[in-house]
Design a protein around this ligand. Structure first.
Ligand code: NAG
Ligand code: NAG
Length: 434
């Protein structure tokens, strides 16, 4: 047996991790919003000021008594004026990026009133940002650039208070080597969950070269957290950091399945989901004896059989998943007859995207209106021009023009309401008896 993680308590105590230095990728950009000067952190990580990317707003620093351990969060840019203020970020056309926006209120205006405002990316509604005096909030999206730049906007919301602000923006080009390769690049994908399981602390960026946040999910009683030590994981096209993969949450025995419940307050048929699960066997003896295998059931339906190996990442992705009005999605990892070890999971990601069905709404509404207005006009036209032509020549007049008109249709973005639902998912774990 591999060692049980006694690090649990230590990690729980230190669950807010710091990223003191971050690796940099070619083409990545880190913007320390509101900073007075560009600066290096560590050898690799260059933080630019935001002057080149936005013209509006004012700089402000967080009062030192509220400093966050993540340095770039201690300055911000806030927007007193305008409904919408936008950053323009450079991009390579057709390249995909992980875009991360960070918000830390830290009572910078000494009003003790953390604002709530909207976030947009390329005219897609992204999220409602609910800020806090004490903790930082991170929002992430995967976007494929259409042109040489794209916009990230902060939007004042009706009925919400406070001036929009932002502390940091990071864009990381995704590797073209199979990273999230089954994700539909025509859509913008919003991160709903990204969890690491087991005892590890939350990863806020470093050592993930794409600055992704891997939120720690500490097992409750019944599940166990196991660690496989420092290993090198092969076959990991999404480049999940090894530190995330070498810990897992495992069912306590071969007689137990591992159940996850994703509680969607409301689901919407306009939303597509993209879910990826990462597994690795925590048992080095799978090299010599036995296998570690289990079946994935979603909503009681068998989706896949997974065979995990020590020191290797196995992933399974549910592409273009639909909820079919299911509110609570049951994920079950059930040991099968071949296995010698209980099921275990290291990490998971859930993204949501609007697949744009709503675009047709204009046509659906427009067509009947066009017919209702158009047919009588056509009738009049025929009556005057054709039927009444003979008895009395009518003066030539322009034929009635029928023009199709589409009202303003929301783009690919989420409705704010949809987003509220989407982004407040509950997550619970339980052990089910097989
Ligand atoms: C699993 O179930 C079998 C049959 O009910 C039982 O004999 C065995 O002791 C159980 N094993 C564990 C680890 O609970
Ligand atoms: C929704 O329906 C599709 C098609 O029947 C099915 O493949 C999918 O598993 C269903 N989704 C859920 C959450 O059960």
């Amino acid at each position: 047996m591999c060692p049980r993680s006694f690090l649990l308590l230590i990690f729980v105590a230190a669950s807010v991790g710091l990223s003191l230095c971050q690796g940099s990728l070619l083409g990545s950009l880190k913007i320390d919003c509101g900073a007075q000067a560009a600066h290096f952190r560590g050898l690799m990580s260059y933080w630019d000021t935001d002057e080149k990317y936005i013209k509006t707003g004012d700089n402000k620093a967080i009062p030192s008594e509220n400093f966050n351990s993540v340095t770039e969060l201690n300055t911000l840019r806030y927007f007193k004026k305008g409904k919408k203020n936008c950053y323009t970020l450079p991009a390579v056309p057709s390249s995909s990026y992980n875009v991360k926006a960070s918000f830390y209120y830290g009572n910078y205006d000494e009003r003790s009133k953390p604002p709530i405002f909207g976030l947009e990316i390329e005219a897609n509604e992204w999220d409602e940002v609910v800020t806090s005096s004490t903790v930082a909030v991170y929002h992430e999206a995967i976007l494929t650039a259409r042109g040489h730049d794209f916009s990230v906007c902060l939007v004042r919301l009706k009925g919400k208070h406070g001036h929009p602000f932002i502390n940091a923006l990071e864009i990381s080009p995704l590797s073209s080597n199979g990273m999230y390769e089954t994700m539909n690049r025509d859509l913008t994908w919003f991160r709903i969950f990204r969890y690491r399981f087991g005892a590890g602390e939350t990863v806020l960026g470093y050592p993930d070269p794409y600055s992704r946040v891997w939120e720690s999910y500490t097992p409750s009683t019944g599940e166990e957290s196991v660690t496989a030590g420092a290993l090198f994981f092969q076959d990991n096209s999404n480049e999940v950091p090894d530190t995330v993969l070498n810990q897992a949450m495992e069912a306590p025995s071969l007689n137990n399945s591992l159940d996850l419940k994703l509680d969607f307050e409301k689901t919407d048929d306009n939303c597509l989901y993209y879910m990826t699960f990462y597994f690795t066997s925590m048992h080095s003896s799978t090299w010599m004896t036995g296998t570690n295998s289990f079946d994935i059931y979603i909503g009681g339906v068998h989706k896949a059989t997974v065979l995990t190996e020590f020191s290797k990442c196995t992933s399974w992705t549910w592409v273009d998943a639909r909820m079919n009005n299911t509110k609570v999605l049951n994920l079950e990892f059930r040991p099968n007859e071949q296995t010698s070890f209980p099921p275990a999971i290291s990490a998971m990601e859930v993204f949501g995207a609007n697949h744009g069905k709503k675009r047709n709404l204009g046509l659906i509404i427009g067509l009947p209106i066009g017919l209702v207005l158009g047919l009588p006009l056509l009738g009049l036209f025929i009556y005057f021009i054709v039927l009444r032509r003979k008895p009395r020549p009518v003066q030539a007049r322009p034929a009635p023009q029928l023009t199709a008109h589409n009202g303003a249709i929301p783009g690919q973005g989420f409705d704010q309401e949809e987003l509220d639902e989407l982004l407040h998912l509950h997550f619970s774990l339980s052990n089910g008896q097989v």
